[in-house]
Every structure is written in structure tokens, then in C-alpha cells.
Ligand binder design. Structure first.
Ligand SMILES: Nc1ncnc2c1ncn2[C@@H]1O[C@H](COP(=O)(O)OP(=O)(O)OP(=O)(O)O)[C@@H](O)[C@H]1O
Length: 699
């Protein structure tokens, strides 16, 4: 049974029962008022704790962190006095077996609201265990729920804050539920105009999405999802869920979100704070390995080789080529004694440590301590027990240090990489059987720098440095890492992420059909192996929440030509418009299309081949239109002109794709790029072309 108070939507109508509905709505509004009061007190309390926080914490740094946290919380709450306090209600069946005939009732919202910390919540956090039922219960499996109520919030008039305006009930106890496609409240959320950055979907998470959001922390999950199927949304909500459910473990080890570029990170930046999570590291994979500024650009072949997994083996060989044969035995002075350790004994130590394959720096220390043990055995036989201070002294004495520096020298990652790129012979030795002659030639620097310090590194070099640094010393592992647009990661980028999640788990999000990088993944099994999580499970999402059916069918025609093992997507949305027009003058047609688009609500993107973006933006500006660029996505003018390379992950109400054949021709995986471009549209897609359309779209 669905009831909509403002705008009654009643398949099983209670027509004539409008008065009853109004009463119920009035009752719910009273509950809103109660929650608002409690919320106001929470804000005041948080403000108070800010002041007190500075006095109670132990040291300056933690006082600052605590103060910052509390201030942010107080600010968030203060900024949201009118935001919907809850979006759902669950009424559970009576429990006659316990003699309890009151219906247990829970309101579900983005954050917990209570009159004081120890009181039962007025609103339960969407991540709490009981909230799972809100997302999962169905007529087939009611899970004890009698009625699920969804609330609609909207401003009563324009400019007003949002108010409770409607509700939909599903009587699961009478086997009635409303499929997602038929729910007015879900439809309103999906079809709302997009302005500004991405928003959370806590109110309308679908059961298959909820399943993924709530997987356990230890599970590594990989989500292959059609465009607009909610991969990014699921990844961000999973991050928020994990932080709520495993606070201690994740506070210790941390949670990291990796996105494809800064434009994308700006676009998603608001979702986690809106869900109550602040201070979560969000960065690109380039940021992860940013040991130095990028000051050089590699040629195509050099870049491709450096991104390939074969490079990992080359680097490992190069690093361990520094571990050399033991010259001779050593003599260690110790007061009036001289201890002799023979070369074959030392060789055995080095060999055994090498076999154990610890990180390089740890290996060096193992060799040192085992050499000291050999000395210690002799010393103790002759002169009695030796303590730690003695061991440290022997470990640092000149003969032992010289032996170590000879057979297992300390080394910096930059030196190893520069040693390869600056020396064709060294590279040939390390790359023998792994890279062919052309590949090796592409890697060697034309003009080696005078010193490692003055080397100018490319983006790919930083990956090599990170790989070697990881062999020397393992970096700390995050408890969980969410990786978006993971189909585009190269094997070496995957390895950089694997090093940072070795003891943690991963949420891997992507779409093989949207893979545009030259080294992009062909299968998830392969990508998971590079990410160090072969045990990760792959789940498909095929229902699109963004792209209307008409646009999706155009995209599915492209999909057929992409040679990827991905099922066609279906859209939940029957609205939307698609036009494909051949025009004599692209620029003036683009200006006209943009003008028409501006007469409607929402955000508009003009997507062109990379080389055409600037010219197109100028033409629109010359026509008097205000135009944003990729730098101010989600913040400035409604109309943005974007090169095709930055639109991955973004969405716009109205998309104008200009000259598809130029987008396709601009790069080897141009058809994939076009697939990404056309699937950015939420409501309307205009395709403008002067040249013939690419093959799969023609005819
Ligand atoms: N359950 C849902 N309820 C309402 N909106 C949803 C839901 N799931 C996804 N959406 C919306 O659909 C749009 C697409 O979601 P999202 O960007 O997460 O998809 P995606 O799979 O990452 O897309 P792409 O592959 O194109 O990057 C977003 O506006 C998101 O808010």
C-alpha cells in the first residue's frame, strides 16, 4: 500500500482516506519536531565538548585532533538543521510469543539521533544492524517487518527548507511490496536533476547494493558494474559502513579511497561527510606513489613497459644484483680477543637469508645478526655469556659493517632505478629474457642525469621507485582500500595498491567496458591477482540508475563492438531523450544545443575529443554563455566543456557529445572512451556529428 500525502500515489488506493493520511503525516511531522529538538541539543553538546576537548586530551596533537573532530561535527550538525532527519520507518510484527503486543518501531536516517547518548535512539543510523532489514526485507522474505515506510522530503515552496511531504507504505505482512522501479520516492531520487557534486544514496540503496555495502571487513570484493549501476555510490557507502561497524580496527589501520583523477575526487568529496565520516584519505594512484614531482614524460613504448608486470621482475633482479658473493672471512677484535669467521660460513648465511626472501632492509639486518651469532658462539665458549650491549657493539664494529656493506649494501630505491635507466648494460643484465631489445632501448635515458638527485622522473618512474622502495621496506598496510575505476589500473599501479593493503582488504570497483588505458585490464581475475587478492569475489551490477533506457540502448550497441565479456546493461528509467544529428557546422550546432539545454533544469556537459575542448569552450563563451571547465566540476557554471579523457565517473543531466568519430580516432581505445562519454547522461543526450558516425552507431 503506497500513500503519498502531497501527491497521492495509491495503487491500492485508500481514496477517501485523505483525512487519515493527513493525520498520519501530521503525526510524523510531530516526530520530526521531536528529533529536531534532540538534534539541536546534540549540536549544543558537541559545541561544549569542543571547548572541553582541549582541556581533557593528553597532549597538544591529540587536543588539536579532538578539537577539530568536534568542531567539524558541530559544524556539520549546525549546517544541516533542515536536512531530512530520517528517510524510513520499520514496524516489526507483534511478538505474541513474548507477550509483547506493541509493534517495535524504528526510524532510519543518515545519522543516529537521540535525546542523550544513553537514551534509545529516536533515529537509527542506516548502518546499524537493524537498518539492514529496511533495505533487504521483501514481500517474499519480510524478515519480521509488518510495514516499511519510506518518507519523501521536499521544500514546501521554492527556497524553503525541506519538509516531510509524503510517504509510501509497503505492507510486507500482507505480501505487498513496491519494486524499485515503481516506487515514487525512489524514482524521484533517481530522476532528480543533478547539480553540484555527487550525493549519498542512503535512503534508496537497493538490496543487491546493500549486500555489497555490508560485506565483512575481511572480504575483498570486486564489483563489475554497468555505467550508472552505482559502483561508486556502493564503494563510498561501504567505506562509511565499515568505519561504523569496525571503528577500532579501522581507526588504527586506516581506510583509503583511490579515484582516477582530481576532477573525480572533487565530484565525490561530499558523500562521506554527508554520511557523517570526515578525515578519510582520498587520493589518486599517482598521489599514492608521489615520492618526487613529475618532471619528465615517457614515450609511449617506455610508459607501456614501465607499467607492465615484467618490470617488477626486472627491478627485483636489479636490486638483488647488489647482494654479492662473500669475499673472505672476517676477523673481529673484542678486547684482548680476535674472533675469526670463515668465508664459507658467511656465504651460507647470505644464501639462507636470500632464500627466506624478507624485505631487502630486513634481510641486511638478518645477515648482520647471524654473523654476530657466529662470533658470539666463539666468544661465549671462551669467555662466558654476552649481553645485548656486547651484541650491538659487535654488530656495529668495523669488520662486520664492512662485510655487510660489501655483500648486502644499503641502497635507496632511486639509486636502483637510476642505475637501470642510466646504464644500458646493467639494464640488459636485469632485463635478460624479460624485455626485448627495443623495449630496453626505449627505457634507457638519452642523457643520464649527473647524479641521482638531479634526475627528472616521469610518472611511470615513480611507480618503479615505489616498487623498489616496497622491496626494500614494506610500506604500512591500510585496513581497507576502496579503488574506483580499477579497470584502468596498470599491473604496476595495482602492485602499488597491493603493497598498501597486504594486511587489509579491498573494494575494487570498475567496468571492463569503460577501460581506456593502453594497459587496462581484460579480466577481473587478472586484475585481482595484480592487486594481491586472488581470493576476491566478483559481483556484477547490471541495473543502471543513471542512464535512461533510450541512451542505454545506444550504449549497448557500442558495447557489442568492444570485445569485452560484459553483459548489456538495463536501465531502471524509461524517461529521457536521445537525439543524433548530422550538422554542417559543429561549433554553431554546439552553441545552439547548449542554449536549448540551458532552458531546462540541471547540469550540462559538452564532451569533445581532448584536442577540441578548448576551441569549443571559446566558441560557447564567444556566444555569451558562461562555461566551466574540468577544474571547477560541480562548483561553478551549469554548463561545462570537458575533454573526453576526464569524464569517467561523472554525470550530467544533459550531455552533448560532439563528433564521436574524433573521440574514437584520438586514441587506441577510442570506442571505449565514446562508451564512457555517452553514458554520462542522466536525462538527455544529444549526439552532434559532421563526419560519419563510428561503425557501431551508424545505420
Ligand atoms: N540505489 C540508488 N538510489 C538512487 N540513486 C542511485 C542508486 N544507485 C545509484 N544511484 C545513482 O546513480 C548514479 C550513478 O551512480 P554511480 O556513479 O555510483 O555509478 P557507477 O556505476 O559508478 O557509474 P560509472 O560506471 O558510470 O562511473 C548516481 O547519481 C547515483 O547517485
Amino acid at each position: 500500500m503506497t500513500s503519498y500525502a502531497q501527491d497521492a500515489y495509491t495503487p491500492d488506493s485508500r481514496a477517501g482516506d485523505a483525512a487519515g493520511l493527513d493525520d498520519e503525516l501530521a503525526e510524523e511531522r510531530r516526530y520530526v519536531a521531536l528529533c529536531r529538538d534532540a538534534m539541536t541539543r546534540q549540536v549544543e553538546d558537541a559545541g561544549l565538548q569542543v571547548t572541553e576537548g582541549q582541556d581533557v586530551s593528553g597532549d597538544g596533537a591529540s587536543a588539536e585532533a579532538l578539537g577539530r573532530y568536534l568542531r567539524t561535527r558541530a559544524r556539520d550538525m549546525a549546517q544541516e538543521p533542515d536536512s531530512p532527519l530520517f528517510f524510513g520507518r520499520l514496524d516489526f510484527d507483534d511478538a505474541p510469543e513474548t507477550g509483547d503486543h506493541r509493534r517495535q518501531r524504528y526510524y532510519i536516517g543518515r545519522r543516529r539521533v537521540s535525546e542523550h547518548p544513553a537514551a534509545p535512539p529516536l533515529v537509527v543510523d542506516w548502518r546499524a544492524p537493524v537498518s539492514r532489514t529496511f533495505y533487504q526485507a521483501s514481500a517474499l522474505e519480510p524478515q519480521g517487518v509488518a510495514v516499511r515506510r519510506r518518507f519523501g522530503w521536499a521544500p514546501l515552496s521554492s527556497g524553503e527548507p525541506k519538509d516531510l511531504t509524503g510517504m509510501e507504505d509497503e505492507h510486507l505482512d500482507r505480501q505487498e511490496d513496491v519494486p524499485a522501479g515503481a516506487s515514487r520516492i525512489v524514482a524521484a531520487e533517481i530522476e532528480r536533476p543533478r547539480t553540484g557534486p555527487m550525493r549519498d544514496i542512503a535512503a534508496t540503496i537497493q538490496p543487491e547494493q546493500d549486500d555489497l555495502v555490508r560485506r565483512e571487513l575481511a572480504d575483498s570484493v570486486c564489483i563489475q558494474g554497468a555505467p550508472g549501476s552505482g559502483k561508486t555510490a556502493v564503494g563510498l557507502h561501504r567505506a562509511a559502513y565499515l568505519l561504523y561497524t569496525y571503528p577500532q580496527r579501522l581507526q588504527r589501520s586506516g581506510l583509503l579511497i583511490i579515484g582516477p583523477n582530481q576532477t573525480f575526487l572533487r565530484y565525490i568529496a561530499q558523500v562521506l561527510p554527508a554520511l557523517g565520516e570526515i578525515d578519510i584519505a582520498q587520493c589518486t594512484v599517482e598521489d599514492v606513489v608521489a615520492h618526487h614531482p613529475v618532471q619528465a614524460v615517457d614515450g609511449e613504448l617506455a610508459a607501456a613497459v614501465k607499467q607492465s608486470h615484467r618490470m617488477a621482475a626486472v627491478l627485483e633482479r636489479a636490486l638483488y644484483s647488489r647482494v654479492t658473493a662473500v669475499p673472505d672471512g672476517i676477523t673481529v677484535p673484542d678486547g684482548s680477543y680476535r674472533w675469526r669467521v670463515y668465508g664459507d660460513e658467511l656465504s651460507r648465511i647470505v644464501e639462507e637469508v636470500r632464500e627466506q626472501a624478507p624485505p631487502y632492509a630486513v634481510g641486511r639486518e638478518h645477515v648482520r645478526s647471524r654473523a654476530v651469532s657466529l662470533v658470539q658462539e666463539q666468544a661465549e665458549r671462551r669467555a662466558g655469556p654476552k649481553n645485548m650491549t656486547w651484541q650491538r657493539k659487535i654488530g656495529r664494529c668495523r669488520p662486520v659493517a664492512a662485510f655487510l656493506d660489501a655483500v648486502w649494501p644499503t641502497v635507496r630505491a632511486e639509486e636502483v632505478v637510476a642505475g637501470l635507466l642510466g646504464d644500458a648494460e646493467a639494464l640488459a643484465r636485469a632485463a635478460d629474457g624479460l624485455l626485448d631489445a627495443d623495449e630496453q632501448a626505449a627505457l634507457v635515458w638519452d642523457r643520464p642525469p649527473r647524479s641521482v638527485k638531479s634526475a627528472k622522473w616521469s610518472a611511470e618512474d615513480l611507480l618503479l621507485i615505489d616498487e623498489v622502495a616496497g622491496l626494500i621496506e614494506r610500506p604500512g598496510s591500510f585496513g581497507h582500500v576502496v579503488v574506483d575505476e580499477a579497470q584502468d589500473l596498470s599491473p604496476m599501479q595495482c602492485r602499488a595498491i597491493a603493497r598498501r593493503s597486504g594486511f587489509g582488504s579491498l573494494t575494487v570497483l570498475g567496468d571492463l567496458a569503460q577501460a581506456t588505458a593502453p594497459w587496462a585490464a581484460r579480466s577481473w581475475a587478472e586484475q585481482l591477482a595484480h592487486l594481491g587478492k586472488t581470493q576476491g569475489t566478483v559481483t556484477e551490477l547490471t541495473t543502471g540508475f543513471r542512464v535512461p533506457a533510450a541512451v542505454m540502448s545506444l550504449a549497448n550497441r557500442l558495447l557489442g563492438a568492444l570485445d569485452v565479456d560484459v553483459p548489456p546493461a538495463r536501465s531502471l528509467r524509461q524517461d529521457g531523450e536521445l537525439t543524433v544529428r548530422q550538422v554542417p557546422d559543429l561549433l554553431s550546432a554546439t552553441v545552439d544545443a547548449a542554449r536549448r539545454a540551458l532552458t531546462q533544469e540541471g547540469a550540462i556537459a559538452v564532451i569533445t575529443a581532448d584536442a577540441e575542448a578548448e576551441r569549443t569552450a571559446e566558441a560557447l563563451r564567444a556566444a555569451g554563455l558562461e562555461v566551466a571547465t574540468s577544474e571547477d566540476v560541480g562548483t561553478a557554471a551549469r554548463l561545462a566543456v570537458l575533454p573526453a579523457k576526464v569524464v569517467k565517473g561523472l554525470e550530467y543531466d544533459h550531455v552533448i557529445v560532439v563528433e564521436p568519430s574524433a573521440i574514437v580516432a584520438a586514441e587506441p581505445r577510442g570506442l571505449h572512451r565514446l562508451y564512457v562519454a555517452v553514458t554520462r547522461a542522466v536525462s538527455r543526450l544529444d549526439v552532434l556529428h559532421a563526419d560519419p558516425l563510428p561503425e557501431p552507431l551508424a545505420g
